[in-house]
Design a protein around this ligand. Structure first.
Ligand SMILES: [Zn+2]
Length: 164
């Protein structure tokens, strides 16, 4: 159960979602090995190597999907929120996959703010997910997809998407 302070911190973090530090592919940022456990949307168990920047919000190459980016929010050394995304300006489509919010920071608006920031940075696109929505995530997608072009409906990537 999250404490009041943690929830306030997470809510404040959500409000900063447009303040993003970017790491380009191949930039020699410090890398940390971080093991994340849990994840209500079914992130793979075990750990993976990710780039962690000293910033509230960061945008880095995805460690799981070649050619994709990862948008994440850091809080007290934790990855409070993370989502992989892919944009094809040519086709006007964007995809997000596996949004993850750490348990104690859920329902603080991090996912909604993170997804909104992406839509504002890439205006005019239709937003989708690659995979199907699990039953327990449908209310989430209904809420964040309201009024959004594409409404985060499942869609296969276009021919420009990186393989893998
Ligand atoms: Zn395309």
């Amino acid at each position: 159960m999250a404490g009041v302070e943690e929830r306030e911190e997470a809510t404040a973090l959500a409000a900063q979602a447009r303040n993003v530090v970017w790491a380009a592919d191949g930039t020699p940022w410090q890398r940390f090995l971080r093991v994340l456990s849990g994840g209500r949307c079914g992130r793979q168990p075990g750990g993976w190597t990710v780039i962690r920047l000293d910033a509230p919000w960061q945008d880095t190459p995805s460690s799981e999907r070649p050619g994709w980016r990862e948008r994440a929010a850091n809080l007290d050394g934790d990855v409070a929120f993370a989502v992989d995304y892919l944009v094809c300006a040519r086709c006007g489509f964007a995809w997000v996959e596996w949004p993850y919010t750490m348990g104690k920071y859920q329902r603080c608006g991090l996912a909604a703010a993170g997804l909104e920031a992406l839509r504002l940075e890439y205006p005019g696109l239709s937003w989708h997910t690659l995979g199907a929505h699990f039953r327990d995530s449908r209310p989430f997608w209904t809420a964040v997809g309201a009024g959004v072009p594409g409404v985060y409906q499942q869609r296969e990537t276009c021919s420009h998407a990186p393989a893998g």
